[in-house]
Write a protein that binds this ligand. Sequence first.
Ligand code: PMP
Length: 299
Amino acid sequence: MDGIVYANGTWGPARDARVSVFDHGLLYGDGIFEGIRAYNGRVFKLERHIDRLFESAAAIRLAIGMTPHQVAGLVLETCRQNAIVDGYIRLLVTRGAGDLGIDPRSCPRAELFVIARPVGTLYRRAPDKGISLATSPFRRIATDALSPEIKSLNYLNNVLAKMDATDRGADEALFLGRDGLVAEATADNVFVVTPGGIATPPTTQTLKGITRETVIEIAASEGFRVDERPLSLVDVWTAREVFLCGTMAEIVPVGSVDGRPIGSGAPGEITTRIMAAYASLVRATGTPIPSAALEAEAV
Ligand code: PMP
């Protein structure tokens, strides 16, 4: 609850930020968000995250009331005010305050929030070990009910799967779709390493992960073949290597799935190469966060 956040149209201490009890984001999960990382004083893939935010907004017919450029400016300014060098940014837009009924026409104005904190870690693991996955009894929410491509504030499907995986002693849940095919984890996309290259499910029943896109770019530059194709649980159980990827988690090796070891259980060769390439890419690129010192110099 520390730091400076952007809320209600202005910046202020996080402890003073207020959300209306009538906000439909709170009442109905009616809103969208982005999780973004900053490394080395730069925001990684900022424009892509802003684009995806606007895509999610269009999908739920939410008018953000600002241009993508203005939203990007708010993210950078929030990072500056929190002196972020390596950090995690949470950008969210709710439908705003309205009546108690779900009809969004009672919400005249969307609310936008930006939180920027020094970075945390998603999964704790020993460097020589991968994390454990358990196939979730909760199927990923159906694409024709609420498409997982939309990064909405409705995360209960994910929360239930995560709690169940924790109860069963696993680090993370692996979601299958309604068709029984592999979808994604609760906050990450999934890849398998095959003899011919790497493969990941198409995004018809997953979020269009920006880290997933980055892994595909890295694989191309490393000369690995990438297949976006349906994957079964057997494909995962028998893969040489499995890894998850997401903005917060980065690239995470998987050591076992449903109690079955993947490879030796330790991070595999291809996963390790992709982790290294990702680590250098995120530190070398991104939109610079203006620093107070630089601005002072410019005056
Ligand atoms: N799937 C889900 C359900 C997620 O919440 C996330 C994290 N935002 C991802 C995948 C990974 O997406 P990204 O790489 O854009 O963070």
